[in-house]
Write a protein that binds this ligand. Structure first.
Ligand code: COA
Length: 173
């Protein structure tokens, strides 16, 4: 089975979604959707989007979070830094993204990432943002994002970025 973008629904996390059965194999991401995600939505610190199939609307196959963030221009590549002001640069943060183990390796992670980027680009038409940043949870996740064109920021942190305007990776619409 593979997940085409039109075979799944991506919708805001809601009370009818069963958060407790989600398992991606990463303890902190599982704990996040089980215990913290709804609170983040209520407190307006993250928007949480979940992927479901129409015939099992409560069953979460994957999720991602989007929040506003800033990056320091000096952490971006020199060519970008030169074009940007010294004050914090507005960004969108894909803070967490995960796929249930039962659905892994079938293209859902790519569909979720493409949707997160698309939502960010739409939002950036109304609220100015320069980059999308992601916080890969480990080396594997870093490889996943790198495959879609995200680059590491300069500096010691693991955070990666992609330019919103004109710099989109070929695989992420
Ligand atoms: C990483 C994760 C989101 C990938 O989801 P997925 O549905 O299995 O990914 P896809 O099937 O869409 O794969 C997309 C591409 O990324 C690649 N990929 C997937 N996981 C990867 C990894 N850990 N390292 C490098 N590349 C990876 C796939 O090989 C595939 O490339 P291809 O199209 O050339 O074959 C999923 O494995 C997961 O939830 N892992 C645990 C949580 C996690 O690491 N989240 C990352 C953000 S914090």
């Amino acid at each position: 089975m593979s997940f085409a973008a039109d075979s799944i629904q991506i919708e805001p996390l809601d009370a009818h979604h069963d958060r407790s059965s989600f398992s991606c194999g990463n303890v902190s991401l599982d704990r996040y959707i089980h215990e913290q995600a709804s609170q983040d939505v209520r407190r307006n610190t993250a928007r949480v989007f979940v992927a479901v199939m129409p015939d099992r609307p409560e069953h979460i196959l994957g999720f991602f979070t989007l929040s506003a963030a800033t990056v320091v221009a000096a952490d971006l590549p020199l060519a970008m830094e030169k074009r940007l002001p010294r004050h914090p640069i507005p960004a969108a943060l894909i803070g967490r993204l995960a796929v249930d183990l039962a659905a892994a390796g079938q293209g859902l992670g790519s569909v979720l990432l493409a949707d997160a980027v698309k939502k960010t680009k739409v939002a950036a038409e109304t609220v100015a943002m320069s980059v999308i940043v992601v916080d890969p949870i480990d080396d594997g996740a870093q490889g996943f994002y790198a495959a879609f064109g995200f680059q590491s920021l300069r500096g010691p942190q693991r955070r990666m970025f992609m330019a919103i305007h004109g710099g989109a990776a070929k695989s992420v619409q």
